[in-house]
Design a binder for this molecule. Structure first.
Ligand SMILES: Nc1ncnc2c1ncn2[C@@H]1O[C@H](COP(=O)(O)OP(=O)(O)OP(=O)(O)O)[C@@H](O)[C@H]1O
Length: 258
């Protein structure tokens, strides 16, 4: 098995502003978002990060994508350390979110071409990729309509298609089905399975248990920025489903029953 992604004892602390302290109802001056987290994702697998709101999933994914730096620890992507060559890591990783901010004034076609140029995707490859993704997410009909005039669901589909312009082999999905209608959520689930079958490495953050059971090979449960439990879905779910496992771990960590 090839280790595509190694997260090594990563820690991230944020300073809290007065406003954040008020929102979080705390006098603490900082918040440890990720607290010594380690895990490895192998080539061709879907690794699920499961955690409640504020567990530290997004912070972890942002560190993997080199959008923010860990305070401690390291992230190795295809043998490259994030400390040494974050630019190369960024080139290899796709960060898929349905919340990408799109320029409302432009059309999906224009935006897709714009990002393809940014990644220096050759013209023929771009057109083939665009056809595949626009077919998959039924964007063709709206390809020349200003994004600002499209529905929220359509905008989310366009965000996902654009995140794939450079065909990254390591893909991070942050809560990919959040806020999507059931049909679009199914398209996204099918896309994850398609990419996995092609041998891509996928990290999927979610709090939807059924999605984890459907698409993940392994899962890590994060509680308070730490790995509470990690394992193969096929082994973990021999006796209990992921939902029960999650709540049991949560109860153990928090010292209470749920
Ligand atoms: N820039 C920041 N400044 C201050 N605190 C932050 C910042 N980013 C995240 N946090 C805090 O760190 C903790 C972990 O947040 P994170 O977004 O990683 O969690 P999450 O597991 O992705 O949760 P969610 O499902 O709500 O997105 C939370 O308490 C959050 O409020």
């Amino acid at each position: 098995m090839i280790e595509t992604l190694i997260i090594k004892n990563v820690k991230k602390t944020f300073k809290l502003s007065k406003k954040q302290q008020r929102i979080d109802k705390t006098t603490d001056k900082e918040k440890i978002a990720v607290n010594g987290l380690s895990f490895t994702a192998y080539e061709g697998e879907v690794y699920g990060l499961l955690g409640s709101n504020g567990a530290g999933k997004t912070t972890t994914l942002r560190m993997i994508s080199t959008l923010i730096k860990p305070d401690e620890g390291d992230i190795i992507v295809s043998g490259i350390s994030s400390k040494e060559d974050p630019t190369e890591i960024r080139r290899r990783i796709g960060f898929l979110t349905s919340e990408l901010k799109l320029e409302e004034f432009f059309t999906p076609n224009y935006m897709f071409n714009f990002y393809s140029d940014l990644y220096q995707v050759p013209l023929e490859v771009r057109e083939e990729r665009k056809k595949h993704l626009f077919d998959k997410f039924e964007i063709h009909k709206f390809a020349e309509v200003k994004i600002g005039d499209l529905s929220t669901g359509m905008k989310q589909k366009i965000s996902l298609a654009i995140s794939l312009v450079n065909d990254p082999k390591i893909i991070i999905f942050d809560e990919p089905t959040n806020g999507l209608d059931v049909l679009t959520a199914k398209d996204v689930t099918d896309l994850i399975i398609e990419l996995k079958n092609k041998g891509y490495t996928i990290i999927l953050s979610t709090h939807i248990f059924s999605l984890v059971e459907k698409v993940c090979d392994r899962v890590g449960i994060i509680i308070d920025g730490k790995m509470a439990l990690e394992g193969k879905i096929s082994e973990l779910t021999k006796e209990k489903n992921i939902e029960s496992i999650f709540f049991d771990e949560y109860a153990k960590a928090k010292g209470r029953t749920i």
